[in-house]
Design a protein around this ligand. Structure first.
Ligand code: PMT
Length: 404
């Protein structure tokens, strides 16, 4: 996974003594892939589990581990490290470092950097279940929450000690996801956004259906970024094979009719409706009850029009701000403009579909047309980055006022 929001961010990664220390190496790899600068600081016991050289090779920087290193004091020092960084991440964080930070103890480099710093701290605990559940640890965690220190995990599962329970360090990709929260502006705080994503499937008989190539990646990227920008997200999703969006309310549907019902039943309090799903325009009028036999040379399917969900939303009593998509193989701007008008919506995000663009691609390109005439082109880039630019456009276009 690569994030576009972490580029050039400076992160101090503190690694403490835990069997999960090996996962911190993957964490460094992911952060570097996202163009972060990573300064690894190891505690004495972390070095029992993993070699500094591993981190040095992955981060491209010297690893710091000692409080009183003559070279280090001359070159940088613990105060400078604390000032240099945008975020301190401790992963894995042992019960010991958690206790030290909670009580303001500064007896090694990592704990001293934490005490000397004014920047956000993110902690990914990793310990045996009994240590996690111990009252002392829980009281320390309560102190963290009071002070605004953010926690990611711990997860539940099989532990190195042979027991099973809460205490496993979260997966590195999940930790990187949490870091994004720090760096994405919270423009949509408190806004309720509904997003549709993925394809719909229209049944022909019990074993066949008509669908399209939508993977859900565009809609899921919008849902993910919207919720990282502070929105309360409802995701209405057709059948897809991509990871779920954490913290979003997900309503799973199969057919266009089911999507229509899911949207209309939940639209009432929504501020922004974004329709990224590739909804079938037609469905088979009378799906066969049994599998169609190969008896005739040709068969004909009678199809009827599905209700247009965007138009239905634009006709409800309290109309949200509506963003439609337009998937085109030609005449992008003209076709999209026609849909903007006919569907009576506020903004349309038009994309060409083809090889490596639109359907089932990692990247995309969007032309945004708003009903007041504003037009903006979003160049070819990751769907996540596009999602951020699209949501920022939505926010700035209405200047926050009509999102209330
Ligand atoms: O899912 P991915 O693989 O990431 O691909 C992304 C995408 C190409 C599917 C996405 O970017 C996109 O373009 N989604 C809209 C696809 C589409 O159905 O376009 P359309 O031009 O046929 O429809 C116009 C708009 O009407 C769309 O917002 C659509 O959701 C909406 N619609 C269509 C039919 C219908 N019955 N009800 C609707 O609301």
């Amino acid at each position: 996974m690569s994030s576009d929001f972490l580029a050039s961010k400076k992160i101090v990664l503190g690694v403490t003594g835990s069997i999960a220390a090996y996962k911190a190496a993957e964490l460094v790899r992911l952060l570097k892939k996202s163009d972060c600068e990573v300064q690894v600081v190891l505690t004495k016991s972390a070095k029992e589990f993993i070699q500094p050289l591993t981190f040095q090779s992955l981060s491209g920087r010297s690893v710091y581990d000692e409080m009183f290193n003559q070279n280090l004091e001359i070159e940088i020092g613990h105060i400078s490290i604390a000032r240099w960084a945008d975020l301190i991440l401790i992963a894995p964080a042992s019960a010991n470092i958690i206790a030290k930070i909670a009580h303001g103890i500064a007896d090694d480099l990592l704990s001293t950097i934490c005490l000397a710093s004014k920047i956000p701290i993110l902690i990914a605990p990793a310990m045996n279940e009994a240590m996690w559940n111990n009252k002392a640890t829980q009281e320390n965690i309560a102190t963290f929450i009071k002070r605004g220190i953010t926690l990611v995990g711990p997860d539940s599962g099989f532990q190195a000690c042979g027991e099973s329970g809460l205490g496993r360090m979260s997966e590195p990709s999940e930790i990187v996801d949490s870091i994004e929260h720090f760096f994405i502006p919270q423009l949509l705080k408190g806004k309720r956004i509904m997003i549709t994503a993925g394809p719909t499937v229209e049944q022909i008989d019990p074993v066949r259906y008509i669908s399209n190539f939508s993977s859900g990646k565009m809609g899921y990227a919008i849902a993910d970024i919207a919720q990282k920008m502070g929105a309360d997200v409802t995701l209405v999703s057709g059948p897809v094979h991509i990871p779920e969006v954490k913290s979003a309310k997900i309503i799973k549907i199969k057919t266009a009719l089911e999507m229509y019902e899911a949207v209309m039943n939940n639209i009432e309090k929504i501020d922004v409706y974004i329709s990224a799903a590739a909804v079938a325009d037609y469905r088979v009028e009378n799906p066969y009850k049994n599998k169609i036999k190969k008896l005739n040379e040709n068969i004909t399917l009678d199809m009827i029009k599905n209700q247009d969900i965007l138009s239905a939303v634009s006709n409800i009593h309290k109309v949200p701000l509506i963003v439609g998509f337009s998937a085109e193989t030609e005449n992008l701007e003209n076709n999209a403009r026609a849909k903007l008008l006919s569907k009576k919506i506020d903004i349309i995000a038009a994309n060409l579909v083809g090889e490596n663009i639109g359907f089932n691609s990692e990247n995309n390109e969007l032309l945004l047309l708003a009903k007041n005439g504003i037009m903006q082109k979003l160049n070819y880039k990751s769907k996540k980055k596009l999602a951020y630019e699209l949501l920022s456009f939505v926010f700035s276009y209405y200047d926050g006022e009509q999102l209330k």
